[in-house]
Design a protein around this ligand. Structure first.
Ligand SMILES: Nc1ncnc2c1ncn2[C@@H]1O[C@H](COP(=O)(O)OP(=O)(O)OP(=O)(O)O)[C@@H](O)[C@H]1O
Ligand SMILES: O=C(O)C1=C[C@@H](O)[C@@H](O)[C@H](O)C1
Ligand SMILES: [Mg+2]
Length: 163
């Protein structure tokens, strides 16, 4: 089985759906965010505070190269670097979990863990729109997640992979 990369904005469900797919398909799954946190022994919020976003992006690229699992839940900003987009295109099948801004805002309304979500709504929206183009431009397939459960989305992906 080819490696599956899940990409999409913060809160689109990459981590949740990655875990669900791993259970349903009985294959291994990893999360670049968890890999970075474990390797650097710090939460993402602390990495942003202590080392800065640019260092975090370097750690994230290293994670992408080192992970060997079959399903990879990426961080929402993985597409910010050309080198990450090319790496994923070369090494696997990329699924973009596309979620409307309103749904994201609802899902993350009480979030305290994502440093880049702790901004004002207008900055969040601008980042959402800029990144939407990046996700679209590098993915192999788009799965819309609004109004679908994690279970339904995982099933949809499994059916897609059978084709
Ligand atoms: N389809 C869904 N329906 C309802 N809630 C969802 C759905 N997908 C994700 N969520 C919820 O949204 C929140 C964020 O999900 P998750 O952590 O999987 O997103 P993510 O894409 O991995 O975000 P990040 O890029 O920040 O890592 C969680 O509380 C999760 O339970
Ligand atoms: O969208 C982003 O840039 C981020 C998303 C999260 O997955 C984490 O990788 C981190 O909070 C940054
Ligand atoms: Mg995640």
């Amino acid at each position: 089985m080819t490696t599956i990369y899940l990409i999409g904005f913060m809160g689109s469900g990459k981590s949740s759906i990655g875990k669900k797919l791993s259970e349903m398909m009985d294959v291994t799954q990893a999360d670049t965010d968890i890999f970075v946190e474990e390797k650097h022994q710090m939460s993402i919020a602390d990495i942003f505070k202590n080392d800065g976003e640019s260092a975090f992006r370097t750690y994230e690229t290293e994670a992408l190269k080192q992970i060997t699992d079959k399903i990879i839940s990426t961080g929402g900003g993985i597409v910010e670097k050309d080198v990450n987009r090319s790496f994923m295109r070369k090494n696997g099948f990329i699924i973009y979990l596309q979620t409307s801004f309103d749904t994201i805002a609802r899902r993350l309304q009480n979030d305290q863990e994502r440093p880049l979500w702790q901004k004002n709504m207008s900055d969040q929206k601008k980042m959402y729109e800029r990144r939407a183009e990046m996700y679209k431009s590098c993915c192999d397939y788009i799965v819309v997640t609004d109004n679908k459960s994690i279970n339904e989305i995982a099933k949809e992906i499994i059916n897609l992979l059978k084709c």
